[in-house]
Design a protein around this ligand. Structure first.
Ligand code: NAP
Length: 360
C-alpha cells in the first residue's frame, strides 16, 4: 500500500512532538514535512525542538529540516496531502485557511475554527456524521482543501464519557470541574514559580470552550447545519501541578433514571465506529472503567489505550440533581486531547470519506 504524505505545522511544540511520536511508523501515513516559526525554519529539527517526550526523538525526524509555515514552503519541501496543525490559535487564524485554499486537508488542534458553522468539530466515536460539513465548507469558501478540527483537550474527555449516557439515558444538565495538566499550556506555558505548591483556578477561555464545544459535538447534523444539543452545561477549570493528563469531576442530570450498574455498563459497552473499523489509533475499549475507590489518577491512568482511552471511575449517585450521577474522567491531554485526536480524525476521513480509502 502506498502511504499518504503528511506534514506537521508547528512541529516543534508540545503537541507537534506528540504528532511526531504518533506519526513515525504510522501504517498509513508518511511524515514528510515539518514546519514551525521563522525562528526555527531552515534548521534541523534536533537543533530547534526542546524534546520533552519519554521516547527518544525519532532519528529520521531529527535530521529533517524545518520549513516556514506557508503552503509554498511546504510544497517546495515535497508537499503533503494532510497537514496536521499544532499551531497557536493566533497563527492558525491566518495559516490554516491559506493551506485549505491551497488544496491541503488541514486537521487542526487549534481553537480558531472549531465553532465556525461550516467546520467539522469531530470526535470519531461521537459525531463522525458531522464530516458532511466538509462539502458545505468547500462550497461556502471556494477552497479545494478543507479544515477539520478536534475539540479542546478537556472537552474531548468529557464528551467521550457523556456520549454513552446521552445515547442511553438522555442528558439534561452537566457540571464539570477540571484539574488540568501543565503540558496543556504549551512548553513556555506556566512559570514554575506560579504552579509549584499551588493550583491556578483560572485557564483563559477554557470554560467557554468546554461549554460551547460540547453542545456542537453532541448536536445533530441536518441539511448542512449542526443543531446544538439541548443540555445545560457549566464548567470550572483549574491548572494543577501534573505533567500530562486532565482529570475532571463530572456531575450529570440524566433524563431517564438509571442504576449505577446500568451507567457502568453503558460506559463499558460503548463501542463506536473507529473501533468497528479498527482504525490504527482507535483505543479498544474507548472508555476504561476503574473499580478502585481512588482511580483514575493522572500518573497511573493517562496512558490507557496508548493515551487514547478515557478512564472513568468513582461512578456514584449525585445528591443534588434529580436522576443525578457523578464520576471522574481522565484523558491524556496531548494524545487523546490533541495530536492523537487529529490523527484519529484523519484515519476516519481516509477510511470513510476519501478516495484514498480505496488503497487502504
Ligand atoms: P507550543 O508548545 O507553544 O508550540 C507552538 C508551535 O507553533 C511551535 O512549533 C512553534 O514553533 C510554532 N509557532 C509559534 N509561532 C509561530 C509562527 N509565528 N509561525 C509559525 N509557527 C509558529 O504549543 P502547543 O501546546 O503545542 O499547542 C499547539 C496548539 O494546539 C495550540 O493551538 C493549542 O491551543 C492546541 N492544543 C494544545 C493542547 C495541549 O495539551 N498542549 C491540547 C489541545 C490543543 P517555534 O518552535 O519555531 O516557536
Amino acid at each position: 500500500m502506498k502511504k499518504i504524505k503528511v506534514g506537521v505545522l508547528g512541529a516543534t511544540g508540545m503537541v507537534g512532538q506528540r504528532f511526531i511520536q504518533l506519526l513515525s511508523n504510522h501504517p498509513w501515513f508518511d511524515l514528510s514535512v515539518l514546519t514551525a516559526s521563522a525562528r526555527s525554519a531552515g534548521k534541523k529539527y534536533r537543533e530547534v525542538a526542546k524534546w520533552y517526550l519519554e521516547t527518544p526523538m525519532p532519528e529520521e525526524v531529527a535530521e529533517m529540516t524545518v520549513v516556514d509555515t506557508a503552503p509554498d514552503a511546504v510544497k517546495k519541501a515535497g508537499g503533503t496531502e494532510i497537514a496536521f496543525s499544532a499551531l497557536p490559535a493566533e497563527i492558525a487564524d491566518v495559516a490554516e485557511p491559506e493551506f485549505a485554499k491551497a488544496g491541503y486537508i488541514v486537521a487542526s488542534n487549534a481553537s480558531s475554527f472549531r465553532m465556525e458553522k461550516d467546520v467539522p468539530l469531530i470526535i470519531p466515536e461521537v459525531n463522525h456524521d458531522h464530516l458532511e460539513l466538509i462539502k458545505v465548507q468547500q462550497k461556502n469558501r471556494g477552497w479545494s482543501g478543507f479544515i477539520i478540527t478536534n475539540p479542546n483537550c478537556s472537552t474531548i474527555n468529557l464528551v467521550i464519557s457523556l456520549k454513552p449516557l446521552f445515547d442511553e439515558f438522555g442528558i439534561k444538565a452537566v457540571i464539570v470541574s477540571t484539574m488540568q495538566a501543565l503540558s496543556g499550556a504549551g512548553y513556555e506555558g506556566v512559570p514554575s514559580m506560579a504552579i509549584l505548591d499551588n493550583i491556578l483556578p483560572y485557564i483563559s477561555h477554557e470554560e467557554e470552550k468546554i461549554q460551547t464545544e460540547t453542545l456542537k459535538l453532541l448536536g445533530t447534523y441536518r441539511e448542512g447545519q449542526i443543531q446544538p444539543a439541548n443540555i445545560k452545561i457549566s464548567a470550572s477549570c483549574n491548572r494543577v501541578f501534573v505533567l500530562d493528563g486532565h482529570l475532571e469531576t463530572v456531575f450529570v442530570e440524566l433524563k431517564r433514571p438509571a442504576k449505577i450498574d446500568e451507567v457502568k455498563k453503558a460506559f463499558q459497552n460503548f463501542n463506536a465506529l473507529p473501533q468497528k473499523l479498527k482504525l490504527p489509533t482507535a483505543p479498544i475499549p474507548p472508555i476504561v472503567v476503574r473499580e478502585e475507590i481512588d482511580r483514575p489518577q493522572p500518573r497511573l491512568d493517562r496512558d490507557a489505550g496508548k493515551g487514547m482511552a478515557v478512564v472513568v471511575g468513582r461512578i456514584r449517585k449525585d445528591a443534588v440533581f434529580d436522576e443525578g450521577i457523578k464520576y471522574l474522567a481522565l484523558g491524556h491531554n496531548t494524545i487523546r486531547g490533541a495530536a492523537g485526536a487529529s490523527v484519529l480524525n484523519a484515519e476516519l476521513l481516509v477510511k470513510q470519506y476519501w478516495k484514498a480509502a480505496q488503497t487502504i
